[in-house]
Design a protein around this ligand. Structure first.
Ligand code: FE2
Ligand code: FE2
Ligand code: FE2
Ligand code: FE2
Length: 407
């Protein structure tokens, strides 16, 4: 028998309000934290942001005061969770170290979701953007070694390789090519619905993070790199959010959000290696079960539909952070040259000569000073080579192997 959060008691929303001391707890130690504990914290923070922000959007589209009051209560609780979780990251981690954690989430979460995704269109979307975030990790790694003298391996461990993906300079596509076809709410597997919610929350968190921190470095190249990669995160949010069926009602979407949060914490609980933090995930699961019941009551009251008509009898298999080196290499080898074209994809050499992609590429890359290219050139100039972390052999794509320079 699997775990069905609808049949669990959880903690009722009225009993979840925290005082300041309960919310502001000790962060983890950056030297001993497991890289995947950091990524779980980053992902959970993104899910909580999405929980609060979805509640605001729902409320702005709703004229019923009772519903708005219920949303205000659950939003207040999501905000408390977000603050507790985000502050597990210590102030001793620099913005760039946190950034490496964000891109490691984008690599190993995306790869896991792609490996376990039943819908072909959604899997293709995950594989496509996986290669782009993988490249971001490499660009920021070169920046951190150059500007802070830190080894990216101390952040990501040996779990994720660091070398070029689809080069960031080639990722900038025309906005009209950013929309994918959506799944069908009536036939899609629950796993697909949860995967889309999860990846949107993660990418949106990254987009927001770069929107805010791009003005924190003093170094002009670093500011430019955050801006350039931040524009790709906007593409990623557009790409992934378009996969969800927009015909779901607000109440159904609320229920799915809470169910996804239950699934997330239940997954975190099973994989967490830090005992104190595992206790946090357990408590958060109990809170989410309370939110889920509140959402289920609203679906029943306002649409006459039981939650069981939307949700399965037990949670699907847990989402796990684990090493995906071989998978990333395989997708790189076969898909690095893909570009978006309309709602589909084509290898660059099969695009029409007048494709929007080339037009947009010219507009943004024209003056030759592309931060994501510059950061590697500067690193080579200063260190005599690039920062790369390859543990499984040479780069799978010949044109992306490091050019031999005198070291
Ligand atoms: Fe939450
Ligand atoms: Fe990224
Ligand atoms: Fe991304
Ligand atoms: Fe929630």
């Amino acid at each position: 028998m699997g775990f069905n959060p609808l049949e669990e008691k959880g903690i009722s929303p009225e009993k979840q309000v925290m005082n300041w001391g309960q919310m502001n707890i000790e962060p983890y130690d950056k030297h001993s934290v497991h890289p995947y504990t950091r990524t779980r914290v980053i992902l959970a923070n993104g899910a909580e942001f999405e929980g609060a922000w979805f509640g605001h959007q729902f409320s702005r589209h709703c004229s019923d005061t009772t519903v708005k009051q219920k949303l205000a209560l659950s939003r207040r609780l999501e905000q408390q969770q977000q603050k507790l979780i985000n502050c597990l990251i210590p102030g001793t981690e620099s913005t760039l170290e946190v950034t490496l954690g964000y891109e490691q989430v984008a690599v190993d979460l995306t790869a896991w979701l792609a490996r376990t995704e039943p819908d072909e269109t959604v899997k293709a979307a995950l594989d496509f953007a996986l290669l782009e975030d993988f490249d971001h990790l490499y660009r920021y790694s070169n920046l951190i070694e150059m500007t802070e003298g830190k080894d990216p391996r101390d952040v990501v461990g040996d779990y994720t390789e660091i070398f070029p993906g689809r080069p960031t300079v080639e990722e900038h596509c025309h906005p009209l090519d950013g929309i994918r076809a959506h799944y069908d709410k009536d036939t899609a597997d629950i796993v697909t619905k949860l995967h889309v919610l999860t990846i949107v929350a993660a990418e949106q968190q990254t987009m927001n993070f770069y929107m805010n921190v791009c003005n924190r470095p003093e170094n002009m190249l670093a500011r430019g790199l955050y801006q350039e990669i931040g524009m790709i995160e906007e593409q990623h949010v557009t790409h992934y959010e378009s996969l969800a069926d927009p015909r779901m009602t607000w109440f159904e979407r609320l229920l799915l959000h809470e169910y996804n949060e239950c699934h997330l914490y239940w997954s975190c609980m099973q994989t967490e290696t830090d005992e104190r933090i595992r206790g946090i995930w357990e408590h958060m699961l109990d809170c989410e079960i309370g939110h889920l019941h509140a959402a289920a009551e609203m679906l029943q009251k306002y649409e006459g539909r039981p939650a069981e008509s939307v949700l399965p009898e037990s949670l699907p298999a847990p989402t796990k952070f684990e090493s995906n080196k071989e998978y990333v290499r395989r997708i790189l080898e076969s898909q690095v040259e893909l570009r978006t074209d309309g709602t589909g994809y084509k290898p660059e050499d099969e695009l029409a000569a007048d494709a929007r992609y080339f037009e947009y590429q010219k507009m943004v890359n024209e003056d030759g000073r592309v931060p994501s290219v510059q950061v590697i050139e500067d690193h080579v100039h200063e260190f005599g080579g690039e920062y790369r972390l390859s543990t499984e052999g040479e780069h799978p794509v010949a044109r992306l192997r490091e050019k031999q320079t005198a070291r």
